[in-house]
Design a protein around this ligand. Structure first.
Ligand SMILES: [Zn+2]
Length: 125
């Protein structure tokens, strides 16, 4: 892929990374109870509902597992940005074939072409 063609993807990846980083740290604060959500000041607009208390343990577990996924995504984004720096972005890391633009537009941090992705998916099962 031409360097000029990588540029828009770099922008998308950087935006995505910034958003995920923000979300991950916010969720960590909530899950670990260290966030400002515990400290409802007079300006708080979030009333505490009794219904929420029963689901708290479940929510915490769910939030933490969601964070794991986001960390994986963050790593894939970082790797994609590294490939842009090395100018190998858009090439499949498995077969060195071309990852189609359509696939990259849907999944800008994809590291493999569709064929290899399907192969890897099958190998995992
Ligand atoms: Zn491939």
């Amino acid at each position: 892929m031409k360097v000029a063609d990588m540029r828009p993807f770099r922008k998308v990846l950087e935006q995505l990374r910034g958003r995920l980083r923000g979300d991950v740290s916010t969720m960590a604060d909530i899950a670990l109870g260290t966030g400002s959500t515990q400290d409802h000041g007079p300006s708080s607009t979030k009333p505490v509902h009794m219904d929420d208390l029963g689901a708290e343990a479940f929510d915490q577990e769910f939030t933490l597992s969601l964070m794991e996924n986001e960390k994986d995504t963050l790593q894939m984004i970082d790797e994609a940005l590294a490939r842009i720096r090395q100018k190998t972005f858009g090439s499949c890391v498995e077969c060195n074939g071309i990852i189609t633009k359509k696939r990259l537009e849907a999944l800008p941090y994809a590291s493999t072409c569709i064929r290899c992705a399907e192969k890897l998916e099958k190998a995992r099962w």
